[in-house]
Design a protein around this ligand. Structure first.
Ligand code: FAD
Length: 226
């Protein structure tokens, strides 16, 4: 498990059936041939497939991650649709933990410039402290109101409407190496929101560990998903 903005956030690679050799052998199906091991030919083939954006051999792999992240991060995450399966904790059937994301002081930022090309700059410590205090105050009020609504007998599906998008939620997220690379190219990138990028970095370290040759080829080919 890799913690992301502890104590509440994490990414865990729950299981996988993913290896560089799976990609090689999916591609070699073209000639009804197989490789038993990775050598120079296989490395070259993976690099060729990535460089020329022959994407389908990378789909013969699977990763299942368990992710706990704030709702505003999951909302961006769920925009990724292709080659992906998601199941998420229910706010209708279970009472939600009122765990909230609050930024570290150093990560409280202001934005400058135009939409689409914002630059983000850290705020001074006095303003950052005041901002974090306000965020935490709002979260406390929301958590208390949620509890009060539940005590009044309001259904969980309705009581949750007072909780902010900083509330943590847990999901199971499955993908293949191709859809993972598309996610990483967009979300482990300089213009991605800082908070989702931290999760993408954790995903990428699992990817590099599980499929080192594919990962190296992805990086060498400008992080463009095939
Ligand atoms: C920095 C950044 C800013 C963003 N800002 C906004 C924003 O302001 N508002 C907003 O709504 N979204 C925004 N997004 C989300 C973005 O538009 C994508 O929805 C999201 O990144 C998922 O990417 P994707 O479509 O490549 O992924 P997937 O949905 O997984 O799709 C993978 C690939 O499949 C193909 N594909 C998928 N669906 C179709 C289709 N219908 N037709 C043809 N080809 C398809 C495309 O090649 C696509 O790249 C932003 C994303 C980033 C990274």
């Amino acid at each position: 498990m890799i913690e992301v903005h502890p104590p509440h956030g994490y990414v865990d690679l729950t299981r996988h059936d993913a290896a560089d050799l799976h990609v090689v052998n999916a591609a070699r199906a073209s000639f009804v041939q197989e490789s038993g091991d990775i050598g120079d030919y296989e490395r070259g083939l993976i690099n060729y497939l990535l460089r020329n954006r022959h994407g389908s051999p990378f789909e013969h792999t699977s990763f299942t991650f368990t992710v706990r992240a704030p709702i505003f991060v999951l909302r961006e995450w769920h925009r990724h649709r292709v080659g992906i399966s998601i199941n998420e904790e229910s706010g209708r059937y279970k009472k939600l933990e009122t765990d909230f994301y609050t930024p570290d002081y150093g990560h409280v930022r202001t934005q400058k410039g135009k939409p689409g090309s914002y630059e983000f700059h850290p705020m001074g410590i006095i303003d950052a402290t005041a901002a974090v205090t306000k965020i935490e105050q709002a979260q406390r009020v929301a958590a208390q109101t949620y509890e009060e609504l539940l005590e009044m007998g309001v259904a969980k599906e309705l009581a949750r409407t007072v909780l902010p998008v900083s509330t943590y939620s847990t999901m199971v997220w499955s993908c293949n190496a191709r859809s993972l690379m598309n996610f990483l190219s967009l979300r482990n990138a300089p213009d991605a929101m800082r908070e989702i990028r931290e999760y993408a970095e954790a995903l990428e370290s699992y990817f590099a560990e599980t499929m080192p040759i594919t990962h190296a080829a992805f990086v060498a080919n400008d992080r463009i998903a095939p």
